[in-house]
Design a protein around this ligand. Structure first.
Ligand code: GDP
Ligand code: ZN
Length: 380
């Protein structure tokens, strides 16, 4: 297959000149690119220029185009596993099952903390350009929640966009403008749209926005994400979602795709995991959402000011003068605290790993010393 036909076949899935450039060394080795539609049970569905393939993900290594790079298992590092949205490098001659050899360096990644007992991050989606945060106008605006989702979006590297949904329920334009303004103040640098899937209002703006690149829909359950997804996907949603593919053995199987090319251009990633997403190490994301507080804090007398009761605190002064709503500071503190808890958990995991590493090194060292003395290394 020529590189031009690969290009036209994969462009609807987000393939561009930059990806092609990074893939070039693999191309020279006869490997093919494909975008991961879903991952399950150690295998994945990948869309390639030749259609959808099923491939094994057990031996994926991050970007290393040298022909001598060794296939090795990445199990155990939950962030290094393949995920929906990755650009995979596949060996087309690999027999059955085919193996995904590597994935191209991720531009962005959504990672979240897994169940409470484990502190590893779990990768949910890769190479997302726009994170559309759906916020329902049917209920009272919860700005703290908006801030939380926006922080998560910034942290992933994607550009957040807030879509205020069910705009038909707020018929008064002045009220609607106020609500938009409240969200704009809570999320500096984030475009805020209003949409009604019911009347189709504002959908054209959203369609145009997601037409370029890959998008995800975030937000509370009931915020209107499925309705928006259906509107973006058009009529034949069910047909698109449950595509009948022919698997390697020539059987028809019905699979759910978590990544879909949109009829109006662009790609939508909709994974079950992303829907209930929590805050995962959104340190810099929090800073971006609360840019004005971090800006004010530079003028505090003490550089480690907690903005509690410290003299010369510029943040408290802004609250006194009415420039900064108290709610913003409280929400900032809450996110920081939550973030610190997660970071502390991660630190504990890292410390445990280092301890394990030292134990192993110690055992190896003792064995080496015993070998030198002529003794037999102790079995472990
Ligand atoms: P999700 O949980 O975020 O996927 O939310 P859904 O898309 O399932 O929507 C939740 C509810 O809101 C459903 O009952 C929808 O019919 C309703 N809904 C969604 N979009 C609109 C809208 O534009 N206007 C109105 N009035 N209701 C909507
Ligand atoms: Zn201060």
């Amino acid at each position: 297959m020529t590189s031009t036909s690969v290009f036209s076949a994969l462009a609807p899935y987000g393939w561009d000149e930059a990806w092609a450039g990074q893939f070039a060394p693999y191309d020279a080795q006869g490997l093919v690119p494909g975008r991961v539609l879903r991952v399950d049970r150690g295998q994945c569905d990948v869309v390639t220029a030749d259609g959808v393939l099923r491939a094994d993900t057990a031996l994926v290594t991050p970007h290393d185009p040298s022909p001598s790079s060794q296939l090795r298992s990445n199990r155990g590092d939950p962030v290094r596993v393949l995920c929906t949205g990755d650009w995979a490098v596949i060996d087309p001659e690999g027999g059955h099952p085919r193996y995904v050899r590597a994935y191209l360096p991720r531009r962005t990644a959504f990672v979240r903390s897994t169940s409470s007992k484990r502190s590893e991050g779990q990768i949910l989606a890769a190479n997302v350009d726009h994170a559309v945060v759906a916020v329902s106008l049917a209920v009272e605006l919860d700005l703290a929640r908006v801030e939380r989702f926006v922080a998560l979006a910034w942290e992933s590297g994607a550009q957040p966009v807030v879509a205020l949904t069910k705009a038909d329920l707020v018929p008064d334009p002045a009220t609607l403008a106020h609500l938009v303004q409240d969200v704009e103040t809570s999320a500096p640098g984030v475009p805020v749209l209003t949409v009604s899937a019911l009347h189709g209002e504002g959908l054209d703006v959203l369609v145009a926005l997601v037409a370029d690149g890959t998008s995800v829909l975030l937000g509370q359950s009931g915020a209107g994400k499925s309705t928006l997804a259906n509107a973006l996907l058009g009529e034949e949603v069910m047909d698109v979602r449950a595509t009948r593919d022919v698997d390697g053995k020539g059987r028809h199987t019905t699979t759910t795709r978590n990544l879909l090319a949109l009829p109006g251009g662009g790609v939508l990633i909709d994974t079950p995991g992303l829907r209930g997403v929590g805050l995962w190490d959104a340190g810099s994301g929090v800073g971006q959402v609360f840019a004005e507080i971090e800006e004010l804090a530079r003028d505090c007398r003490f550089h480690d000011c907690a903005h509690d009761a410290e003299p010369g605190c510029a943040v408290l002064a802004a609250i006194d003068s009415g420039d900064l709503p108290v709610r913003r500071l409280e929400s900032y503190r809450k996110l920081l605290r939550e973030n610190q808890r997660i970071v502390a958990k991660t630190d504990a995991r890292v410390r445990a790993e280092i301890r394990k590493d030292w134990k192993r090194k110690g055992a190896e060292g003792r064995a080496a010393m015993e070998a030198k003395r002529g003794g037999r290394p102790r079995s472990r």
